[in-house]
Design a protein around this ligand. Structure first.
Ligand SMILES: C[S@@+](CC[C@H](N)C(=O)[O-])C[C@H]1O[C@@H](n2cnc3c(N)ncnc32)[C@H](O)[C@@H]1O
Length: 252
């Protein structure tokens, strides 16, 4: 049975609160070259109002606030503890143009046409109601606004949906990784067209368990090779392909 959206969100909030502000998380997830390229998608305009959706430990939001003192930045997430820590850190860093908020994981608590750009890095695959989230992004985005996305995608060589089965075993509110083509088509339904794209990758290790071993042993080699999967000393290492793209409104 498909889990209820609110249970998925609760599981994600709990798992990420324990992980986001750890050294292990930042070592695996930081990528300054990718961050630079994502931020370069932003038009240079004064007085921008920017949303970092699924901000986590504020990796994108803090950098936006730091680089663009004239902009007003909002970091939104479901993980209350991480958001409280972000508020503390932003105060220590004397970032006056940023605020962080917690929300229900579905409805963006903002009026229509608020944001000049919405960023979402590594969050899409956790949204239990992706279509509602995209409708919410569309509602809160200004007419000429941009949506700047980075997310892990399923490889076209992964016929057995290995990566989604693998990620579900972590029980951190994983919902679904799409292929790049699927993502572009879903965004198009909301009038959001891909303007520019680049690829990056994210490599991580995870302690193995019987469940992981069983899954790996029953998955065909090309699917495992698509993620450069290797195992050694009780750990599994794999590399996720990352889709980075900027979308603009069809009517813009
Ligand atoms: C892999 S982390 C990415 C965090 C950050 N954007 C980064 O680049 O490091 C995924 C984030 O998505 C958040 N998340 C999960 N489900 C969410 C939802 N329904 N709405 C908003 N954020 C959600 C988690 O709390 C977590 O902070």
């Amino acid at each position: 049975m498909k889990p209820r959206p609110k249970d998925v969100i609760k599981q994600a909030a709990c798992a990420f609160d324990a992980e986001l502000h750890t050294r292990a998380y930042s070592t695996t997830h930081a990528d300054s070259a990718q961050l630079d390229r994502l931020l370069s998608f932003l038009p240079t305009k004064d007085n921008q109002v920017l949303l970092d959706l699924a901000t986590g430990a504020g990796y994108v939001a803090m950098e936006l606030a730091h680089r663009y003192p004239q902009a007003s930045v909002v970091g939104l997430d479901i993980a209350e503890g991480a958001i409280a820590k972000n508020i503390e850190l932003a105060e220590q860093m004397k970032l006056r143009n940023i605020r962080f908020s917690v929300f229900d994981g579905i409805t963006l608590p903002f009026e229509a046409d608020r944001f000049s750009a919405v960023f979402c890095r590594y969050g899409l695959h956790h949204f239990p109601l992706l279509h509602t989230t995209l409708a919410e992004i569309d509602r809160t985005l200004q007419k000429t606004g941009k949506v700047i996305i980075a997310d892990a995608v399923k490889s076209g060589r992964d016929d057995s949906d290995f990566i989604n089965k693998f990620q579900h075993l972590k029980r951190d509110g994983h919902v679904r990784m799409y292929t790049k083509g699927e993502l572009v088509r879903i965004f198009k339904r909301y009038g959001l067209l891909l303007e520019e794209v680049f690829e990056s990758s994210l490599t991580f290790t995870r302690a193995s368990t019987d469940e992981y071993e069983q899954l790996i042993s029953t998955t065909c080699t090309p699917a495992l090779a698509a993620y450069d999967l290797s195992t050694a000393n009780g750990f599994i290492q794999l590399t996720l392909p990352i889709f980075n793209g900027v979308f603009v409104r069809q009517s813009a």
